[in-house]
Design a protein around this ligand. Structure first.
Ligand code: APR
Length: 239
């Protein structure tokens, strides 16, 4: 294990973890853009499946695709990286992931920048939202409050991030001393911009990823390898 990375974690009072799909890859949840495995966006068109335009054009197709993702996540279990992160109640977890694996691992302070797949909301944003059973995902249905469609409470391409989550993430990032970046290509903004925000606020950046990413040049320490192997070792000292 890299001693510099350990020292950074040990000496930091306030730590933020910033995670992406690579955190859940070892749990069997596909990533989006993975040079090794290809990722979902190699086989599926995000503009058709993860955008308001795609939903307007074919709401059944989008609903079926999310039903498949929900069942995949229901069958998945948190891996050792989720468990190690969740065990650190002193870390604020900012995630791009819409799966519930960090929460299922017991994590308390989780900021979901891109929403959650475990909930549906009214597409017209009338305010209605409801939890869904990931193992038995619902088909397309109408909002009981206003009659528009219900859709997954996730952020689609071209949509803005939930303001409350974004502001909480910014607050955590400008006041932390270390950011542990886990399993992200850092290719999607505004989320990826939080890494540079932390850096400019003086925090040390540790990256754990199987491949160099678009944030590699911001890293004080870059650990290339699997999150499930590296993160537990990195975080094991202090509870
Ligand atoms: N351990 C660590 N890193 C891994 C692992 C692993 N086991 N497996 C894959 N990775 C790395 C890949 O090399 C890749 O760099 O994780 C990264 C995953 O990148 P993406 O698939 O682009 O996922 P992410 O960065 O979360 O995507 C950002 O894009 O599609 C949208 O809204 C979606 O939140 C998502 C956003």
């Amino acid at each position: 294990m890299n001693d510099v990375a350990r020292r950074i974690i040990r000496s930091a009072e306030r730590i933020v973890s910033f995670s992406g799909a690579g955190l859940s890859a070892e749990s069997g949840v596909p990533t989006f853009r993975d040079p090794q495995t290809g990722g979902l966006w190699k086989d599926f068109d995000p503009t058709r499946l993860a955008s308001p335009q795609g939903f307007a054009a074919d709401p059944d197709l989008v609903t079926e695709w999310y039903a498949w993702r929900r069942r995949t996540i229901a069958e998945a279990q948190p891996n050792p990286a989720h468990t190690a992160l969740a065990a650190r109640g002193d870390i604020t977890h900012v995630t791009q992931n819409v799966d519930d694996l960090l929460r299922r691992a017991g994590a308390q302070h989780v900021i979901e920048l891109h929403g959650t797949i475990a909930r549906d909301r009214c597409h017209a944003a009338c305010g209605h939202e409801e939890a869904v059973d990931l193992a038995d995902p619902p088909g397309l249905r109408a909002c009981p409050a206003c009659g528009d469609h219900l859709r997954p409470d996730v952020v689609w391409f071209g949509e803005t991030l939930p303001a409350e989550a974004w502001e909480a993430a910014e607050r955590a990032c400008v006041s932390c001393e270390a950011m542990l970046v886990v399993g992200t290509s850092a290719a999607v903004y505004p989320a990826a911009g939080l890494i540079a925000l932390c850096k400019s606020a003086g925090a040390k950046i540790i990256i754990v990823n199987t491949q160099p990413s678009e944030a590699s040049d911001l890293a004080d320490v870059e650990l290339l390898g699997k999150a499930g192997e590296i993160v537990p070792e990195l975080l094991q000292e202090r509870h």
